[in-house]
Ligand binder design. Sequence first.
Ligand SMILES: [Zn+2]
Length: 486
Amino acid sequence: MVLIQLCLYGQAFAVPDTTVTAVAPNAMHKLAGAITYQTVSAVAPGNADARAFLGLHQYLEDAFPALHNQLQKKVVNKYSLLYTWPGKDHTLKPVLLSAHLDVVPVEEATKDEWQHQPFKGIVQDGYIWGRGAMDDKYRVVAMMEAVEQLVLEGYQPERTLYLAFGHDEETGGKSGAGEIAAYLQAQGVQLEAVFDEGLAVADKIVPGIAEPIAFIGTAAKGNLNLLLTVKGEGGHSSVPPKDSPIFTLSAAINRLHNHPFEPHMTPATRETVELLADKIGGKYRFVMRHYGLFKGRVLKKLTRDQATDALVRTQMAPTILEAGQKENVMPRLATAVLNVRILTGETQQTVLAHVLKTIDDERVQVEVSGLYTPPSPVTSTDTWTYKALAHAIGETFPEVTAVVPALFPGSTDSKHYSGLTDNIYRFAPQVVTRQSAKLVHNVNERLSVEVFGKCIVFYNHLIRSTCGSVANEVAIRQEKALQREE
Ligand SMILES: [Zn+2]
């Protein structure tokens, strides 16, 4: 298994029909234009948001005329989009590329820190600037640009391709991707594979590994929000009661901080560790190669780094705190939202049990708030679609020395498609460094023009290798068989 995946880039991957034309020079301006629509994610979009989404729909129609001429467009639940490019062979299961039209809001307090206004859509200094440049409008535009070029070349897919763009991924995706999935289900569609955002090409992110490695999210953590509430008597702050809700709630949060979930190795992360063993330098190579013998040490090493700690632990993060409105009034209520990212093997029940036991204070009410997403199943890497994805990565990012499956610590729209296929891959065609990773959902979000060009090339390769001629598919399957024999 290890060899099969790591040897992929040592040799030419003989898939015919994958010449990719150069990226159109105005593609970056198409992305910049898409950024100017303030499609801020909302559970129920208000009037201004609705106008932004509908404006973006029209903009995309104008920016990609060939695509709109060739593909069928369906607006789902008013703001989401589903494009269908019918394949010549209806017996083949379709492939779905998923991205999202919505973006997270720009915090009022940070507006002055932006070098260029977040919804201006500026191209400068080799970057496309603005909210959505890294999450996730660049993928929407890159996919559409790749299809636009293919249509203009006269390309026709064998296998049906869907482009699915939800409008509320950042708020759970239920009314966007959730409705798209329900529509496809009602049509009796079963998918060959879903390709969504997720992990990326990591450049010097994994401690001890200098070479760029492409990580494909073959599993995702679960997501649960807990609302912690403490009630008090209120009153004047000059004669404060002993147990103010703020003290009680703070103490509870502090206890949670000091008693994290125990780390443990899941089968998906164990596979990642074993595949990375050859890439890692220094004394840890031996330790990671013999994971079975040094389990404790490997786990300890992984928990030391923020990026890898998330792979071996259910994590709790307090994200919203509310209490008090006036300086001299004791609040009658203090609340906190605890966002919990759940590792494979845990459930809502086990998380609640840990939280309640740790807080151990009857004054703190704990309740589940909003939707619970359980940890995803693990997608097999022993599929031709995984191989096709690895091929597209290798063609686009020749500097990548290995493609490695891994747990994705976040949550994406892909969870809504789990009833339509077992093959869900979470990979964003970006090269991410520790520094650039911090720009997602942050001030000065921007994407380099060069990387954006690669995104378009990547989707061109991915579409050709998954929806292309049967000869392509056979080549991919045979390549796999050959590598198995080696
Ligand atoms: Zn996203």
